[in-house]
Design a protein around this ligand. Structure first.
Ligand SMILES: Nc1ncnc2c1ncn2[C@@H]1O[C@H](COP(=O)(O)OP(=O)(O)OP(=O)(O)O)[C@@H](O)[C@H]1O
Length: 265
């Protein structure tokens, strides 16, 4: 995937024509969206990803968990096109690269520009009459009244909502979330989890969420993938009705299995 087709939510340098023209994806799942085959990533002598094979369906919510340093962020960065893999292939919708897929990436650090208002952060890099769309996505994330506010005046949770809005305005097909809720307090985190789930259900984009929180993974995802030592150690389907109660027996049972695997027990 070339850098020209990828824009981080931090630096949305272009408005993708494909994105504007594309109607919202159907929320129905089906068909392979993302296909990774034998993906290897090395940093010098260190082989971080050792031949990842992964098929993700359109509209699926995937959570990636695993011990610190197992390669979760590296995998996301390869899919985002921020880094190059050493071997294997990554393709989307049958194309030999990810060039035709609109991908947005969101980090734990919201990376808002402090010298721009909320709405100007959302419209960063966009051309034409983007303000009505920016106001719409702000409404979707529950911040209609914050359009003209400086980021410094917002709470951590509100800033992450703006970061989400900044991704949403591009109508992404694939949303990559790298520990986006890691720095939030427990209650704000739950609110954000619900928001992400609702937006995913409404928009139908595919989500890859990297998280350290196994409970969060099981609560939100259709599949939880455990990365261990650069390989997929577990690929667990979570076939539970939504919304899922944090403390429900079903969630806890799957959480226990995944946690065991993460801990290598
Ligand atoms: N640019 C880089 N140069 C050299 N080594 C790197 C680079 N990026 C990551 N690594 C190494 O690759 C391994 C995997 O890193 P990565 O950030 O993908 O792990 P992670 O699973 O996301 O960890 P964490 O959960 O702590 O965020 C680590 O050993 C890390 O030090």
């Amino acid at each position: 995937m070339s850098f020209s087709t990828y824009t981080e939510t931090t630096t949305p340098v272009k408005e993708s024509a494909a994105s504007s023209a594309r109607t919202a994806l159907s929320s129905s799942k089906g068909g392979t969206h993302l296909h990774l085959k034998g993906v290897v990533k090395k940093f010098g002598e260190l082989e971080v990803l050792k031949g990842i094979d992964l098929e993700i369906e359109k509209g699926q919510f995937i959570a990636i968990v695993g011990r610190s340093g197992c390669g979760k962020s590296t995998l996301l960065r390869l899919i985002a096109g921020l880094d190059r893999h050493n071997a294997g292939t990554l393709s989307a919708d049958g194309h030999a690269d990810l060039a035709s897929t609109d991908i947005r990436l969101m980090f734990q650090d919201d990376r808002l520009l402090p010298w721009k208002s909320v709405i100007d952060n959302i419209g960063l890099g966009l051309k034409g009459d983007w303000k009505p769309r920016a106001l719409r996505v702000l409404e979707e994330v529950g911040l209609s009244d914050k359009a003209d506010v400086w980021p410094a005046k917002l709470s951590g949770g509100q800033r992450q909502r703006v970061a989400l809005a900044r991704a949403l305005i591009h109508q992404p097909q694939l949303l990559l979330l790298d520990e986006p809720l890691g720095a939030l307090d427990a209650l704000t985190r739950i609110e954000m989890q619900r928001l992400i789930e609702r937006l995913w259900q409404q928009h139908g984009f595919t989500v890859l969420l990297v998280t350290h929180d196994v409970q969060e993974a099981v609560q939100l995802a259709d599949r939880v993938i455990v990365l261990e030592q650069g390989q997929i150690g577990m690929d667990k389907a979570v076939d539970l009705a939504r919304p899922r109660e944090q403390a429900s027996a079903d969630v806890s049972a799957i959480e226990g299995k995944v946690l065991k695997r993460v801990l290598g027990q």
